[in-house]
Ligand binder design. Structure first.
Ligand SMILES: Cc1c2[nH]c(c1CCC(=O)O)Cc1[nH]c(c(CCC(=O)O)c1C)Cc1[nH]c(c(CCC(=O)O)c1C)Cc1[nH]c(c(C)c1CCC(=O)O)C2
Length: 348
């Protein structure tokens, strides 16, 4: 295995995550790899689809590095998807053009849960670790590389529901109708996720982010019972690199999340950085949270909103980002205005 001991030329992201001094606020964008860049769409058109691209390490590395070259962000995030975990557990997915992921089979019964295995990462996810190794080599220490996984609840939601949904009512229903079975599945997902994140770190990931995209649809009590303990297990198991938790819409969860061993907590655009800071204390780094829709506006509007956002967070312990992934139809030039504004206004 290729272990990278190379010095990073730009380690702003890692220093901000650890609460160390930075000359300016680091910036990257969730979902920066792909979608918005014509250069990405060109690579994407050379293969059958998203899944083939993600499973071809040389191409995955290429599209991972594109935003570093083109947008000048302070981190790369490995090109993959959170849904590779269900697939490695025995539940394959399809990516339907313009619609999103779909699972031909879903989890309905105890027999279905029993059939799921804890992912054998080396056997089924070596394409991701290979892509990380190539990316690290090609980045040559320019910026840190972020690894990632879905949070257990969000992965559970897709495995039970079978696709995206406004309510995820089937997945939520299972938590109420069969809590014991739900915990069994969540445990298997958690063990798979820990093995997967450790493999990404061994391959070279410098920081890992856990995406709990559907955190906000659970009740406060459900989040405490079915999400927090598994996020804790992941945080406790991963000690090698800094960790970030992004729990979208989870307004009520900050007090619990701040007790977990994640150095950075992500905010979506509905959240008030000053209010969140009061709840989580001074010992965490916050990441976010410009509304992605600001990037539809003109340059001056983007600069004004970016400056306001930076003022809300302050100059310490902040990683600038959007409040969720960048939308596919955003003009890449407007993304650059955002990145340039962060660099300019946060310079000390
Ligand atoms: C919920 C979720 C998924 N995937 C992901 C999440 C969590 C973050 C979030 O809440 O947005 C995470 C993800 N998916 C992808 C990345 C790559 C790295 C990056 O740039 O951030 C990351 C970090 C590639 C992708 N994942 C997907 C694409 C588009 C597929 C294509 O090119 O056809 C890419 C580049 C497809 C995908 N994958 C998923 C959905 C719902 C969709 C369809 C809608 C969409 O495009 O966003 C599941």
């Amino acid at each position: 295995m290729y272990i990278c001991s190379m010095e990073l030329k730009n380690d702003l992201l890692l220093r901000a995550a650890k609460g160390e001094k930075v000359e300016r606020t680091p910036v990257w964008l969730m979902r920066q790899a792909g979608r918005i860049l014509p250069e990405y769409r060109k690579v994407r058109a050379s293969v059958s689809g998203f899944i083939e691209l993600a499973q071809t390490p040389e191409l995955a590395a290429e599209v991972t590095i594109q935003p570093v070259d083109i947008l000048d962000v302070d981190a790369a995030i490995i090109f993959s998807d959170i849904l590779v975990i269900p697939e490695a557990m025995g539940l394959p997915y399809e990516m339907i053009e313009k619609k999103g992921p779909r699972f031909p089979e879903t989890i309905k019964s105890k027999a279905d849960v029993d059939k799921m295995r804890v992912a054998d990462v080396e056997e089924s996810l070596s394409y991701v670790t290979k892509a990380i190794e190539i990316t690290k080599k090609e980045l040559n220490g320019r910026v840190p590389l972020i690894g990632f996984a879905g949070a257990p609840w969000t992965i559970f939601a897709y495995m039970v529901e079978g696709s995206g949904s406004k309510t995820f009512s089937k997945a939520k229903a299972m938590l109420y109708t069969d809590p014991e079975l739900s915990h069994q599945l969540l445990s298997k997902i958690t063990d798979s996720t820990i093995a997967y994140l450790k493999a990404q770190i061994s391959a070279g990931a410098d920081l890992v982010q856990v995406f709990d995209s559907w955190a906000g649809i659970l009740s406060h009590d459900q989040y405490k019972e079915f999400a927090i303990p598994y996020l804790k297990k992941i945080a406790d198991a991963i000690q090698e690199v800094p960790k970030t938790i992004f729990a979208k819409d989870a307004h009520a969860a900050f007090a619990d999340l701040s007790k977990l061993d994640y150095q950075t907590i992500g905010l979506d655009w509905t959240m008030n950085p000053r209010e969140v800071r009061k709840i989580v204390g001074s010992n965490k780094t916050l990441q976010g949270n410009l509304d992605p829709c600001v990037l539809y506006a003109d340059k001056n509007t983007i600069r004004v909103h970016t400056r306001n956002m930076l003022q809300h967070f302050g100059t310490e312990r902040h990683i600038a980002n959007l409040g969720h992934g960048v939308y596919p139809d955003i003009n890449p030039d407007h993304v650059k205005y955002f990145i340039e504004a962060v660099k300019e206004y946060s310079q000390k």
